[in-house]
Design a protein around this ligand. Structure first.
Ligand code: AMP
Ligand code: GLY
Length: 452
């Protein structure tokens, strides 16, 4: 392995996911020099980095200038907006190694039509029935919806900050309401997809890629997108996650995991053929286990937030080495290991989140006594008082704990949440045994229905 001692690494982003990434880099035996271009004042990243500035995460010029001024050797662009804006392309053009995808590669995330069409073109199974619409064929949407004979989902193309997808039965009820949303998308000048609604349990499965070789991240994670207990309320960026010691989920089999893994392998091959170069970075498959096997909800081109916390808390292999290997097509030279332990991660979020979140409120973290090992700062700013943070309106602080069982990890998370005081709420049900059982029961019931 190349000498990585004190390698200068740039992390673009300063949320909880990037906090997890920085913690892992910081623990490397190579003692990297960490620089962060963030959008918030993250107290833990500030402590662990030697250069930190804030700005707009899509500001190519500012990011490049910061990278060049600090002789950055390796960069990690961690979130969807800068990836879609091509920040990786700018850094690569200036001979800075990147372990993240280019704009063309990240298309897998920022264009839902591109991804569905890619699977169709290369005959990769796993998509629901779907059709794309634009201003020209918009008037045939009604016929297509009727032909589906199932509930349907409408997805605007492009990044919409989580607001581009509406699911019948969850976000709207009637055909007319659905068509009204289609009209709104068309009026914005955007195209959209209509898909068959899939019924089952969702899970996140990640695969590292260096453009030539793939390495599945073994632990499978389940996120909880809805804001309130029992998976009710509006969609969010993700309120919390869990993973099990055997790296499966209580409703998932090895065979399901294999199906998801195969799909990513085929998609990686197809993408390479389609755009001419291999994908560098993280394939984040959002899958759903249905009565007809594992299906694809969507791909993202980055770590999930909060899934990054679960995965990196379990990672045993040096994270600097992994990123360097991704950037230099040498993933096949390292073996990547994960602890066989369970994880639970929960976010505390501002009251009113996601629709009318309190902004500017104060969070008191003095009871943590500076022990931030399991704490990941998100949409908060540090203040002059080390124990006081200012809420910025989105998911505030993630707490992720590791233990032998999911329920032991969950108890630890709850204990830490009690020590964080402010105008906040969280989902107490995530990771609780009885709640996970409802997911197992749901899968069992749809499988039984199929047999009947
Ligand atoms: P996305 O932005 O594609 O992740 O979609 C957001 C959420 O919408 C997903 O996490 C699912 O819960 C739901 N969703 C998207 N597509 C479908 C589908 N075809 N069937 C059922 N639910 C879906
Ligand atoms: N866990 C949801 C996301 O990262 O998009």
């Amino acid at each position: 392995m190349t000498n990585l001692a004190n390698i200068k690494i740039l992390v673009v982003g300063s949320g909880a996911r990037e906090n997890a990434i920085v913690k892992s880099l910081y623990n490397s035996i190579h003692k990297p020099k960490i620089y962060c271009f963030g959008s918030t004042l993250n107290p833990d990243i500030i402590n662990k980095s030697i250069g930190y500035i804030t700005g707009k995460l899509t500001d190519h010029e500012a990011i490049l200038k910061f990278a060049l001024n600090n002789n950055i050797q390796l960069a990690l662009v961690c979130s969807d907006d800068p990836l879609a804006a091509g920040v990786t392309d700018t850094l690569l053009a200036n001979e800075i190694l990147c372990s993240s995808p280019t704009k063309a590669q990240a298309q897998l995330e920022w264009s839902k039509t591109f991804t569905r069409d890619l699977l169709a073109k290369y005959d990769i199974s796993g998509s629901p029935l779907y059709k794309s619409f634009d201003i020209n064929n918009f008037d045939t949407a009604i016929d297509y919806i009727k032909s589906l004979k199932t509930q349907f989902v409408i997805k605007a193309d492009g990044l919409c900050g989580g607001k581009g997808v509406k699911v019948q039965g969850d976000h709207f009820d009637t055909l007319e309401e659905g068509l009204k949303f289609c009209q709104e998308i068309i009026d914005r000048g955007t195209t959209f997809l209509i898909e068959e609604k899939l019924i089952g349990q969702e899970f996140s499965f990640f695969t590292l890629s260096d453009g030539e070789h793939l390495s599945d991240m073994s632990p499978i994670i389940q996120d909880h997108k809805r804001a309130y207990e029992g998976d009710s309320g509006p969609n969010t960026g993700g309120m919390g996650t869990y993973s099990d010691a055997n790296h499966l989920l209580p409703f998932l089999s090895e065979e399901d995991k294999k199906q998801a893994s195969e799909m990513t392998k085929e998609v990686a091959r197809a993408l390479k053929q389609e755009i001419g170069v291999g994908f560098i970075g993280i394939f984040y498959g959002g899958y759903i286990k249905t009565r007809n096997g594992v299906k694809l909800i969507e791909y993202n081109a980055r770590f999930g937030d909060p899934e990054a916390m679960n995965l990196l808390a379990l990672l045993e292999t040096d994270f600097v080495e992994i990123n360097y290997a991704m950037a230099t097509h040498t993933l096949d030279k390292i073996s990547i290991r994960y602890k066989n332990l369970a994880t639970v991660c929960k976010y505390v979020v501002p009251l009113g989140y996601p629709e009318n979140p309190i902004k500017g409120g104060k969070v008191d973290i003095s009871e943590l006594h500076g022990n931030w090992n399991d704490i990941y700062f998100g949409s908060v700013d540090k203040t002059d008082n080390l124990n006081l943070l200012t809420l910025k309106g989105s998911r505030a602080i993630a707490i992720c704990c590791v233990d032998q069982t999911i329920s032991q990890a969950e108890e630890k998370v709850q204990e830490l949440i009690e020590k964080i005081n402010g105008p906040l709420f969280h989902r107490s049900d995530i990771g609780k045994t009885e709640y996970i059982q409802t997911k197992v029961d749901m899968i069992n019931s749809i499988l039984i229905e199929k047999r009947e």
